[in-house]
Design a protein around this ligand. Sequence first.
Ligand code: FAD
Length: 512
Amino acid sequence: MHATARDNHGGMTPPNTPVLVVGAGVTGCVLALELAHHGVPSIVVERAARAPRHRELTLVSGRSMELLRRLGLTSALRRHGFDPDWPPEIVWARGIGQPPVLVSRSPSVNEVLRTYEKNTDGSDPIEAYLLLPSSDLTSRLRVAARDHPLIDLRQGWTFTDLRADADAVVAVLVDAASGERHMVQATYLAGCDGAHSTVRRCLAVTMEQLAPPVPHCTVYFRSDELAGPPPGPATIITAGLTLTWRHDEHVWIGQLPMSAGEATMADPTALLRGRLGSEPAEILGVAQSEEALRVATAYHRGPVYLAGEAAHHLAPPGGPVDTCIGDAVDLGWKLAAAVHGWGGPDLLASYEHERRQRALIDREMAARALETRRRFGRLAVAGASPEVLAGVLDQEAPQVDLAGAFPGARAPAVRMADGGELFDKLGPQFTLVDQTEAGEGEELVATAEAQGLPIKHLPVRDPLVRDRWAADLVLIRPDQHIAWHSGGSPAGWKHLLDAMTATVHRPDHVNT
Ligand SMILES: Cc1cc2nc3c(=O)[nH]c(=O)nc-3n(C[C@H](O)[C@H](O)[C@H](O)COP(=O)(O)OP(=O)(O)OC[C@H]3O[C@@H](n4cnc5c(N)ncnc54)[C@H](O)[C@@H]3O)c2cc1C
């Protein structure tokens, strides 16, 4: 465990850690684990003494699971996942108890895997999505962080303030158990402290919002009136109400968008009764939140960075947890490169460009999905026919596919002739995949290593890789994105090494 100095004004030198992570939600835990994956220790402070207890299910995409697989996390997470044979359903109906207008059935995890088996173009992730309770996701990641020897997780510690200059940051932390104030000096600080981020407030970074936030009420309840709950997790969307059924806990979760007037009224039971058209048997809990679409105007100031919901607040239809995991991985390997001394200044600067751009794209997707729900609700109230309602749902936003065999894209994930995944053979840092007959990449790797740059040389002789990967030499980033490729002999070593150290960021890079 790293030592910390008490703020006793006794002239003690604050201790150092390369990275101080504030918040042990999904983002903070994945960031600390990514740093550890690259050999960088961190202190993680988490205000809550216990893991959260959210009954909602979270869907983690296949791409996020692919990133978490690099960290050895997927098997443990899948143990908490929902039945892999169950296909999640979204039922769109004019009202509760009315026949569905459309049932949108997603393939089960096992169906997805069977599709991936057949598709050999490398565009699919090597992992299927995972549906699991939010609380299990956070708890499992916290256990992984707590058990890692390079991570010093302090639960019950609250970040309150910071002082930063160009080279370091001193954070003020309060330990709730003892009531003591501590100061920790870090080379970098990552604010992963969620939507109401104190770190962001300390930096005076503002949020840019797409539209005024819509207040929401979440009610957890049991009902005898709601007939025939589905046997697995399902979502029912009607005018003014989204209902999710947690079959393992026999609990309904109702999301109710509210008008400004309703937001201030004190009786959520009456609100729920009005939208359900029946009396809930038992209210188990109520929470108020905002359906917001906000992205921070800056992702860093000096050595202090923002990631996850501290940097963007996106409503769940947009898959905000995936945006958070992507931030954590991207910031993690780039901070590690800076800590180890081989990452050039442009590399860390590229975090803001790549990930803010990603959040803006995800925000548009979330906005469109939310608008579809709202239009559906408005038209249902106005008495539109099932055909008109089904037509609205047909216009749902497509997924963005960002995979490809070109620099800036996530590399094709090829299953090799021996049955192994190429992605599993990549190193933790950069990897030079070498398909030349004479192993021409050796010279590049030797030069890079002489400069202290970590690159794995991976000679590959595989017909499937040859077929999908256009170039003989392909340089892969730690996040499986293509940094550079060459058609033949690796000319211009300096340019290539610069690409890893100073100018690896490409303006056309779309981070997945
Ligand atoms: C109930 C629920 C259901 C969801 N469902 C989905 C879904 O289906 N799909 C999806 O994609 N996303 C979903 N999300 C959103 C997704 O879970 C979040 O986007 C993601 O978990 C955010 O992670 P985070 O770590 O950035 O922030 P948070 O989870 O908010 O974590 C921030 C952490 O920082 C701590 N903290 C805050 N302030 C301080 C401080 N001053 N000092 C120390 N620690 C501090 C907090 O205690 C918290 O643990 C859901 C979220 C919730 C809450």
